[in-house]
Design a protein around this ligand. Sequence first.
Ligand code: NZQ
Ligand code: ZN
Length: 387
Amino acid sequence: MENFTFRNTTKIIFGRGTESKVGIETVKYGKKVLLHYGGGSIKKYGLYERVLKSLKDAGMEVIELGGVQPNPRLSLVKKGIDMCRREKVDIILAVGGGSVIDSAKTIASGVPYNGDVWDFFAGKAELKEIIPVGVVLTIPASGSESSNSSVVTNENGMYKKGFTSELLRPEFAILNPENTFTLPQYQTACGSTDMMAHIMERYFTTVKNVELTDRLCEAALKTVINNTPEALREPKNYAARAEIMYAGTIAHNGSLGTGRIGDWAPHKIEMEISGIYDLAHGAGLAIIFPAWMKYVYKNNIERFSQFAFRVWGVEPDFNNIIKTALAGIERLENFYREIGMPVTLKEASIPYDRFEEMAEKCTEMGPVGNFVKLGMNDVLKILEIAK
Ligand code: NZQ
Ligand code: ZN
């Protein structure tokens, strides 16, 4: 196990009806809030009214900025920064999923910064100060509700990039599984795929003697695998939605990565796809993760057979460990198919003509991944496998 320091500062408030507490949580950070949301689902399903009432009851002054698109755009972030400065906003409340939360986090980073907020993503500046962010989560997926990162797309070149800082962890996150009952099947499946990827990025490590976190990762994966088909069959099944929602937070709050070195190449490769083609991040991961696995599994067949056996119940074949490892990858792919995810670029209607550009952008800051370091040619080969 590697040395580590771990602190997750986000207060998690979980359960039925918990959005009624948003006012008392928000008012702790000041009197004026920017209510930030997406394309309209919160208004359609009544969450907007409940949040607004709670904020008003707590005496908050509310200004609003809606319209965050999936794969959130830098232009709206800049509009939000201007609004917050002009209106002297004390706290930003993100009501939505990863896209709304990341847009909020980036606005919050830009408000006190005396330069272009894209500097943080381009590695030209380090985040020193941020205004507080609170969250009411509506889709379990990104883990952004308590993660230390933010991912935004710069329309100038369709660059989708992330940056990391401990200051990016929201102050609080309200998680009511009932607010996820209205999720379309596709978004439910994308969410589960994303959280599974967050766990697997940490699971596939070269660090030895990490039994506790191995087993925590396996438990979290199995919980998502057991409950996702249930939530798809019965969208208002509270028990299934609750397990998935909590798993999404645990998957990316940092605890499963303690003492380990995660990989993150599949995420970096996927960002090129959702950045250019505006595909949902989860769907992109269902395509890239198995392709990455097929490319790297030989570097640590034991770890891949452990994954096959412990997560998928594949009977180990000690005379043919490769067969066991490959069976685990196949089971993962079959699961993605079962929940309605594409597993090839073709199935997602992604053309093959920009592979070079994607591989180049993905590796422009150097090789990606830690399980195996991948250069531009390796990324090209993975994209070929993903066809
Ligand atoms: O915009 P609205 O109308 O709200 O609709 C959204 C959106 O179309 C809809 N939706 C959300 N909650 C709903 C709902 N529809 C009905 N009922 C509800 N309760 O779902 C759609 C997708 O929303 P989005 O926020 O884009 O989904 P997700 O949470 O998957 O976020 C994806 C973004 O997060 C980034 C991804 O790259 C992507 O840009 N990530 C952020 C991370 C982080 N900051 O730590 C880590 C992740 O790896 C990921 O990269
Ligand atoms: Zn992700």
